[in-house]
Design a protein around this ligand. Structure first.
Ligand SMILES: [Zn+2]
Length: 213
């Protein structure tokens, strides 16, 4: 009897270790890098989070050869008083810039091409995710000359595999906390879909299939 109990104890201990290991493996590490409060405001309590928006950002117009300097990117957010909740680096590192309990200023004016449209009110009910990334030359032509675009390293254009992996984990994580966000293209949209006349991100190089959408 004692032996059976000991065996059961050992089996339980092993199971706990395995569960902890699998949890650690799937757990997303998020680095806090808060932006000043002026870049966001408290969320209205009665308004749940229902949508996610994917963006790209860089400082390629200032530094084509070094477009992904974290502090440089955050300085741009601060300068213009804008923000997103998360920023995913080229190596897949996830930075949290704004707490989910606050409204980040990431969508601006626009309208979804399908109901509930959320005309000029997307920020109130959403979480914004920026990926460090750069679009095609055509997409970036709004912001920079062809000569400057040529100075960007080809490996800095588009998105990395590590970013897709982190993004998919982050989305799953957010959907657990905000069950009204469904993992489909009606609830998870690109900035260019909301504001096609102003925005090109995340653009044609972003592969939605890689995040299962
Ligand atoms: Zn954007």
């Amino acid at each position: 009897m004692l032996k059976i109990n000991q065996l059961l104890l050992k089996a339980t201990a092993l199971l706990i270790i395995l569960l902890c290991a699998s949890e650690a493996y799937s757990q997303l590490t998020i680095i806090q890098r808060p932006l000043p409060e002026k870049c966001s405001r408290p969320r209205e309590k009665e308004q749940p989070v229902t949508h996610l928006m994917i963006h790209f950002c860089s400082i390629c117009t200032q530094q084509p050869e070094n477009p992904y300097d974290l502090n440089g990117i955050c300085q741009v957010f601060e300068k213009y008083g804008v923000s997103a909740h998360y920023l995913i680096g080229r190596d897949g590192t996830v930075y949290q810039l704004v707490d989910e309990s606050r409204i980040a200023y990431h969508a601006g004016k626009g309208k979804l091409p399908f109901p509930p449209y959320l005309e000029n009110s997307f920020n109130r009910c959403s979480i914004g995710i920026e990926l460090m990334g750069i679009g095609t030359q055509e997409e970036m032509a709004h912001f920079m000359s062809a000569a400057d675009y040529q100075r960007i390293a080809p490996s800095d254009i588009g998105f990395t595999e590590a970013q897709y992996v982190s993004l998919q984990q982050l989305i799953a994580d957010i959907c657990k906390r905000h069950p009204q966000v469904k993992q489909n293209r009606q609830h998870i949209v690109g900035h260019h879909e909301y504001a096609p006349d102003r925005k090109v991100d995340p653009g044609s190089l972003f592969n939605w299939k890689k995040i299962g959408l």
